[in-house]
Write a protein that binds this ligand. Structure first.
Ligand code: GDP
Ligand code: IMO
Ligand code: MG
Length: 428
């Protein structure tokens, strides 16, 4: 199981792609087109939103029940991959996943506009409204595409309510029924062959002794229950969400690898204790190429936050950590690492604050490590890592009490260092 340990964009796509080489099945269990995973293989860059990052390795890929699917975006992704000679034949889509309907992005955009200064900074992809309708039991599911009578009826019922919202609450144009039904019937034709019982498929794969990799989207601090609410996404992002999102028991997951950048980024609004102020911020942003995969927005950058990471280790039951983008830190002579938070009452803590006001007003307490100030480009073996880079990784391991099993030194699939070897990490 691969899970984001910060606020998303940790480099999960690259790690999943890498470990997929040693897996049989790769499954997404949460989120939708708000995720953006960039994978670089042989100089080619691929950007995935819905499709699990195992697709480039030619693996069978599952989009589970916990996901929300925008059919238009998914079809564009399929076309893009096919156009680049990547087969999409092995993609399996759960009939229980919910569909992003055109009113969802419209409501997402209008709601953010109304919130003004208080906005969440969502990706405007309709994620919150889609999950809200799912909980409200007004959602339309992938399997509704299989029967045009049911599809029409469900769209009709939902639209009657949504158009009132769009027109009267948000001052938007209403959506017309006929054109919409026709459009979704078209999507149905394309997606029909992919729709299967994915819970049964994964269960059978596990029973047959196959290796199943879970591809978690977003990040721990964006989790709906345990993240920095309300500045979170609307799905469970923790390892625990995988069993519910796919439909297998939690006892089937035996290894949880958290992915964290060697620093931190965040897109959208919300508190961020170790955010950098001043010119070093822009330098880190530029060197790390910290611009969103989905929206192109600038990612806010900060120093590594071990309080947040310790929380992520706990919430996910992490068995090891993949530390990505260590190469980006080569440019800095000093590397502050946040080891504790100073709370408004003057006390210091190593644990993530349970109360929102403590988190919003805490200050980072840094321990500054010396940088290695040399590129990590040609390094193929962990033993060749500069001593101070090794010390940085060791510091993280010691502070968190968890092994760093993979170290990212570049965007390419091959740019990774591991003491145990990638195959051993994948089979843990
Ligand atoms: P994800 O959403 O967690 O899959 O991460 P994104 O793909 O949104 O953002 C991570 C970015 O960092 C992508 O552009 C990756 O190609 C890139 N990346 C991943 N690992 C490394 C690494 O170790 N070093 C460098 N320099 N780039 C990396
Ligand atoms: P990956 O899988 C980074 C953030 C958005 C916003 C908040 C709510 O690429 O790591 P939403 O559209 O989900 O309602 O937005 O969550 N967010 C992400 N930030 N990476 C992601 O996914 C994200 N998914 C959601 O920026 O702050
Ligand atoms: Mg991303």
């Amino acid at each position: 199981m691969i899970v984001g340990a910060q606020w998303g964009d940790e480099g999960k796509g690259k790690i999943v792609d890498l470990l997929a080489q040693h897996s049989d099945l790769v499954c997404r269990y949460n989120g939708g087109p708000n995720a953006g995973h960039t994978i670089v293989v042989g100089g080619e860059t691929y950007k995935l939103k819905h499709i699990p990052s195992g697709i480039l390795g030619g693996k069978e890929c599952v989009i589970g029940a916990g996901c929300v699917v925008d059919p238009q975006v998914l079809i564009e992704e399929l076309d893009d991959l096919e156009g680049r000679k990547v087969s999409t034949e092995l993609i399996r889509l759960s009939g229980n996943a919910h569909l992003v309907m055109p009113w969802h992005p419209a409501i997402d955009r209008a709601s953010e506009r109304r919130l003004g200064k208080l906005q969440i900074g969502t990706t405007r992809r309709g994620i919150g409204p889609t999950y809200a309708d799912k909980a409200y039991r007004l959602g339309i599911r992938v399997q509704d595409l299989l029967d045009s009578k049911i599809l029409r009826q469900k769209i009709e019922v939902a639209l009657a309510e949504k158009n009132v919202w769009l027109e009267r609450v948000y001052g938007e144009e209403p959506i017309e029924l006929e054109g919409l039904v026709e459009r979704y019937e078209g999507y149905a034709e394309r997606l029909r062959p992919m729709i299967v019982d994915t819970s049964l498929l994964v269960d059978r794969a596990l029973r047959d002794g196959k290796r199943v990799l879970f591809d978690g989207a977003h990040g721990t601090l964006l989790d709906l229950d345990h993240g920095t609410y309300p500045f979170v996404t609307s799905s469970p992002t923790l390892a625990g969400g995988a069993s519910a999102g796919i439909g297998i028991g939690p006892t089937r997951i035996d290894c949880v690898i958290g992915v964290a950048k060697a620093y931190v980024t965040r897109v959208g609004e919300g508190p961020f204790p170790s955010e950098i102020e001043g010119p070093e911020h822009d330098r880190l942003q530029e060197l790390g190429g910290e611009f969103g995969t989905v929206t192109g927005r600038q990612r806010r950058c900060g120093w590594l936050d071990l309080v947040g990471l310790r929380y992520a280790v706990r919430l996910n039951g992490m068995t090891s950590l993949a530390l990505t983008k260590l190469d980006v830190l080569s440019a800095f002579s000093e590397l502050p690492v946040c080891v504790r938070y100073l709370l408004p009452d003057g006390t210091e803590t190593e644990e993530f604050p349970a109360h929102q006001s403590d988190f919003h007003h805490c200050r980072p307490v840094y321990e500054t490590l010396r940088g290695w100030e040399e590129p990590l480009d040609g390094i193929e073996d962990l033993s060749d890592l500069p001593e101070r880079a090794r010390a940085y990784v060791d510091f993280v391991e010691r502070q968190l009490g968890v092994e760093v099993s993979l170290i990212g030194t570049g965007a390419e699939r091959t740019r990774v260092l591991s003491a145990r070897g990638v195959a051993a990490v994948a089979s843990a």
